[in-house]
Write a protein that binds this ligand. Structure first.
Ligand SMILES: [Cu+2]
Length: 134
């Protein structure tokens, strides 16, 4: 009889230890799961320069009308195999990426003056887009 008491005591401690390990494992998993989810949403609520992006695919600018802050950095991703440009119509000095090779990514800086700027691809002038700075 006297041997059962210490045995019981160990069982209780063992169960408590397993529960503690499960609790700790659950905590670390929850932390890892929520951390990546919160960081993209916090950047998305920023001023938008990180999201300013023009994708060229199938000889089309997307989005056709991009809205950015003055002086925002704009990324241009060319998913076609052909080279393209993002060139402001009228005064080309407003912005002009020059040739963006197929598969290449470049950046340019949006004008610091608010307004609506039309642009084309200098190689394929039928490709049209609008950059709105506001
Ligand atoms: Cu083009």
């Amino acid at each position: 009889m006297s041997l059962t008491h210490p045995h019981r005591g160990h069982s209780v401690l063992a169960v408590a230890g397993v529960l503690a390990l499960l609790f700790l494992a659950g905590c670390s998993n929850g932390g890892n799961g929520t951390a990546p989810a919160t960081s993209p949403s916090s950047t998305a609520t920023g001023d938008g320069p990180a999201a300013a992006r023009i994708v060229i695919e199938n000889f089309t600018f997307s989005p056709a009308d991009l809205q950015v802050r003055p002086g925002a950095k704009i990324t241009v991703v060319n998913r076609d195999s052909a080279a393209h440009t993002v060139t402001a119509t009228g005064d080309k000095t407003t912005f002009d990426t020059g040739n963006v090779a197929g598969g290449a990514t470049v950046t340019f800086t949006a004008p610091s003056t608010t307004g609506s700027y039309s642009y084309i691809c200098a190689i394929h002038p039928n490709m049209k887009g609008t950059l709105t700075v506001r």
